[in-house]
Design a protein around this ligand. Sequence first.
Ligand code: FES
Ligand code: FES
Length: 170
Amino acid sequence: VLAKVGLTVNGQRRELELDTRTSLLDAAREHLHLTGSKKGCDHGQCGACTMIVDGRRINACLTLAVMHQDSEIVTIEGLGQPGNLHPMQAAFVEHDGYQCGYCTPGQICSGVAVLAEIKAGIPSHVTADLNGPMQVTEAEIRERMSGNICRCGAYSNIVEAMTEVAGRPA
Ligand code: FES
Ligand code: FES
């Protein structure tokens, strides 16, 4: 069954006619040719497909595009581009936050959303003091980033990159 869906992707309105079974990830990669978001597992286990949808990070392989009528979607392409990198992209470069790079678009989208979650005071289950100001500790970062798997093991450098960005004035 085909259905029409209208999305805002990286600030541009896009109208698609899709099989209703099309995931948001396949809609981006195969219909909009935005191939930055990666398909690692297609089962919600790796985080390579992470996008920011209406301000929240989600696994785009686990959601249908037709469920996102009028959503605002940001993929790695929308965060920044060569020559005009998002601070998180620049910090990943500076701190060697990747090796093969396959997990990196998802890590960076998650990283941006994680810092926003902490700034908004949304606790995780490692948050020590639920009443105090939310801290960008290594434990918070590792816990909140635990859905983003890196088979190259770049985790320490990813934590360093995020810590640096968190310390910058907004
Ligand atoms: Fe979506 Fe692995 S491809 S979580
Ligand atoms: Fe290779 Fe993370 S950099 S999987």
